[in-house]
Design a protein around this ligand. Structure first.
Ligand code: PEP
Length: 251
């Protein structure tokens, strides 16, 4: 059975003391509830080791927001998958639309990042999603299919089984405009059929597909009630323990 997951993406927010405080708050809040999903926080590189020291890994997973497309060497300023893994992190967000858009990440760089993440025992949370113009021109299914095929379909079925997918329509990220639960379900169902076409029904049924884009406590319940929506990747609402927990407890 596929996992239900709520993952926070802090993006480039919080100083180290602020981040440690937030992680402690989420950790403490989780201790007091019986969460019906896995809970993960993906935090800036600078925070990983310190956050790892203050959370209970049995209740709260830790991830990075990116990793390099090389293992080591002369790549000033980059952070490799082995470095991320050495902090205690277990997850890494890859292919977020902000990285595709602002940092020119291509399918080729993403394939390298996914391979390195997997080699180092990190679970990729692989993001896909269309921009508004693509949806308006009815290209959203083709775009999302191509992102999955080009970024991931080089993997063996065994390795694909380790991937978490996150469908994030770019027009819904940080805009307050959420996809309706029916729009999310329609795309998640399509994504599962694309995975089934390549890897078969069992792999497709076991793949967790998260929704991301202005998910909040007020809309999480309706989104998570849809059969192919297995949880959420949460940006803005993950920056306060109360709103993040409001989403976690929507399951
Ligand atoms: C994100 O960037 O992954 C995201 C879902 O952001 P927000 O929740 O703020 O729309």
């Amino acid at each position: 059975m596929r996992k239900k997951i709520v993952a926070g993406n802090w993006k480039m927010n919080t100083t180290l003391p602020e981040g440690v405080k937030l992680a402690k708050e989420v950790n403490e809040a989780l201790a007091g509830v019986n969460a019906k999903c896995d809970v993960i926080i993906c935090v800036p590189f600078t925070h990983l080791a310190s956050v790892n020291n203050v959370i209970d890994a049995n209740k709260l997973g830790l991830g990075a927001e990116n990793c390099a497309d090389h293992k080591s060497g002369a790549y000033t300023g980059e952070i490799s998958a082995p470095m991320v893994a050495s902090t205690g992190a277990k997850y890494v967000i890859l292919g977020h639309s902000e990285r595709r858009q602002y940092y020119g990440e291509t399918a080729e760089t993403l394939r390298a990042k996914v391979a390195l993440a997997l080699e180092n025992g990190l679970t990729p949370i692989f993001c896909i999603g269309e921009v508004l113009e693509e949806r308006e021109n009815n290209k959203h299914f083709d775009v999302v299919k191509a992102q999955i095929e080009e970024g991931l379909f080089n993997l063996s079925a065994e390795d694909f089984g380790k991937i978490i997918l996150a469908y994030e329509p770019v027009w819904a990220i940080g805009t307050g405009k959420t996809a309706t639960d029916d729009q999310a379900q329609e795309m998640h169902h399509f994504i599962r059929s694309v995975v089934e076409g390549k890897y078969g029904k069992e792999v497709a049924e076991n793949t967790s597909i998260l929704y991301g884009g202005s998910c909040k406590p007020s809309n999480a319940k309706a989104l998570f009630a849809k059969p192919d929506v297995d949880g959420g990747l949460i940006g803005g609402a993950a920056l306060e323990a109360e709103s993040f927990m409001g989403i976690v407890t929507a399951f």
